[in-house]
Design a protein around this ligand. Structure first.
Ligand code: PEP
Length: 254
């Protein structure tokens, strides 16, 4: 089918204490060891779990990522966690630009641009989230919103750097709401996102870029979403907190 990577990534957000997180990571790892996935699987956890979770994952089977990183390299930034620190735990990925970070922690395109550069500089692959609000969708502005988000924080990268970016389209009205975009709605905007990447970096880069859908994905709707030509997998919130649900979504690639 597609040359680019098929991916299912979980985003635990601010859920699960260390013991719970370790138990879930082990359960997912064991389930995938017993029944090999047909896609890349990534678990993104709170910073404080990363090193311990790295210890229970077979890195050939399950990738590990953070949910954020600092926009500064190092120094007097109390409470912040740098990209280098994330990398040193064994993590290979970082989610940046999640709508919750943009909305509740005032992360601007300029801040995200710095974070992306630092993540890439430290050898992390970036899962970069974009997506419109309900009001923007109702005003039919979704295409211009996602294009501006790409231009604002990742289109400054060289094509070589951009090869380490995974795009996650997450309509804000579908995150944690139980409202999934229809597979047709998602495919339409994924195709648009790919065309914007092609305009910027050319067809080959665009064809090699994985574009994930996020927003109330679950085992029941994942097969229909993943069947679309421009949907290369999912970024999974709520359903990543239960092994059976997460595995059910991973199995949608079979
Ligand atoms: C997310 O926030 O990345 C997400 C997709 O959440 P949920 O699956 O819970 O809608």
């Amino acid at each position: 089918r597609k040359m680019r990577k098929k991916i299912v990534a979980g985003n635990w957000k601010m859920n699960l204490n260390l013991q719970e997180g370790l138990a879930l990571a082990k359960e997912v790892n064991d389930a995938l060891a017993a029944d090999k996935p047909n896609c890349d699987v990534i678990i993104c956890t709170p910073f404080i779990h990363l090193a311990s979770v790295a210890g229970v994952l077979d890195s050939q089977l399950v990738g590990l990522g953070a949910e954020n990183c600092a926009d500064k390299e190092q120094g007097a930034y109390t409470g912040e966690v740098s990209a280098e620190m994330v990398k040193s735990t064994g993590a290979q990925y970082v989610i940046l630009g999640h709508s919750e970070r943009r909305e509740y922690y005032n992360e601007t395109p300029e801040i995200l641009k710095e974070k992306v550069l630092l993540a890439l500089k430290n050898g992390l692959k970036v899962i970069f989230c974009i997506g419109e609000t309900l009001a923007e969708r109702e005003a039919n502005k979704q295409n211009e919103v996602v294009k501006a988000e790409l231009e604002g924080s990742v289109f400054n990268l060289s094509a070589e750097e951009f090869a380490n970016v995974i795009v996650a389209y997450e309509p804000i009205w579908a995150i944690g709401t139980g409202k999934t975009a229809t597979a047709e709605q998602a495919e339409e905007i994924h195709a648009f996102i790919r065309s914007v990447i092609a305009e910027k970096y050319g067809n080959e880069v665009a064809e090699n870029t994985s574009i994930l859908y996020g927003g109330s994905a679950k085992p029941s709707n994942a097969p229909e979403l993943f069947a679309k030509p421009n949907i290369d997998g999912g970024l999974i919130g709520g359903a990543a907190l239960k092994c059976a649900d997460f595995k059910g979504i991973i199995d949608a690639w079979k």
